[in-house]
Design a protein around this ligand. Structure first.
Ligand code: ADP
Ligand code: MG
Length: 316
């Protein structure tokens, strides 16, 4: 199978929304009405972002999911994506499964593959996703305001806990591990939540490198500080069975959650809770935006909590 047969067989489907899809030098797309385009890119590298032996179907899902999560964090509706693949060899079984995982998530969000690149090399996957936004409602990192509530979707830390089990730093029962492994390998991007929050929230970010590290990006860009209440951090039943220190490390500084952290006026609490219910996602208020430039962790008595955390950084 040569490069072009591979593209034709696994990654070429008739164009739908796109004017021109896979097969020419460029794809051609027309944005809907007067919508703006939100564009994001994420790369997954074997041995760094996933284990080389990971199920290719789950890898196909995750490679797209992490990009759709970025679109969700802006409140954008996914429309198109491109796929740059570096593969050590053209393994039909692997490609079949990878494409299955990829397209199954893509189809569920009506997000269309419109092009890419395929080369022979160490396994890595780069996806660029494009979404549409009705101006002026992008959920930007620099729009948090003093007095805003800080909210989290879903539950934090399960993916980091799964990674610790895989690295033999924690132990779980088989069914507990199955639950957290699924959170690590098949995150569900919070797209419906992101669009529902567009008129309700000020700022948002998706949590990919740990709540604390990612919330700090919002604080810095917005020129504000935050108080976060440790006893409010939402965790799963599996996580709550772990020692407190493990819970804090995973939920506050673990990676790969792909939940949304957003800020909004207290007046919007009811509407936000209703939005969470309508899209079926648990939402928890975990703190408040304050004057300043620091992130203060508070214990259940409102006292500063002493926890030492390390967020992930590729170059640190
Ligand atoms: P060019 O040489 O003009 O860059 P290529 O030969 O790399 O084009 O690719 C041929 C066509 O196949 C292009 O339309 C490109 O977007 C598409 N393509 C290549 N690799 C992929 C892939 N992994 N997924 C989807 N489309 C791809
Ligand atoms: Mg060309």
């Amino acid at each position: 199978m040569n490069e072009f047969e591979l593209i034709e067989k696994y990654f070429t489907r008739p164009a739908k929304r796109a004017k021109l899809g896979v097969g020419d030098d460029c794809a051609i797309i027309t944005p809907t009405g007067d919508m703006e385009l939100a564009v994001t890119t994420d790369t997954l590298i074997s041995g760094r972002h996933f284990f080389p032996f990971v199920d290719p179907r789950k890898l196909g899902h995750k490679a797209l999911a992490v990009n759709l999560s970025d679109l969700a964090a802006m409140g954008a509706t996914p429309r198109y994506f491109t796929l740059a693949l570096s593969l050590p060899k053209a393994d039909p079984e692997w490609l079949q499964e990878f494409a299955r995982g990829l397209f199954s998530l893509a189809d569920s969000f009506h997000c269309e593959l419109i092009g890419g690149d395929t080369v022979c090399g160490p396994l890595s996957i780069t996806i660029t996703a494009l979404g549409e936004l009705r101006r002026p409602f992008a959920l930007r990192r620099d729009h948090a305001r003093v007095g805003d509530d800080i909210w989290i979707s879903g539950e934090l830390g399960d993916a980091a806990l799964a990674l610790r089990v895989l690295n033999k730093q924690a132990k779980l029962s088989e069914s507990e591990f199955a639950y957290v492994a699924n959170r690590l390998e098949q995150p569900l991007p919070r797209v419906a939540l992101g669009t529902a929050l567009r008129p309700l929230a000020h700022a948002a970010i998706d949590i990919s490198d740990g709540l604390i590290g990612d919330l700090k990006h919002v604080l810095k860009r917005s020129g504000v500080g935050a108080e976060v209440w440790l006893d409010r951090i939402p965790v799963s039943p599996v996580m709550s069975g772990q020692p407190l220190e493990m819970q804090f490390q995973c939920a506050l500084a673990g990676g790969d959650d792909y939940e949304l952290c957003f800020t909004a006026r207290p007046e919007n609490r009811r509407d936000i809770e209703a939005a969470g219910q309508s899209v079926g996602v648990r939402l928890t208020q975990v703190g408040q935006i304050v004057v300043g430039d620091t992130l203060q962790l508070l214990d259940k008595n409102g006292q500063p909590a002493q926890v030492v955390l390390q967020s992930f950084d590729h170059f640190a």
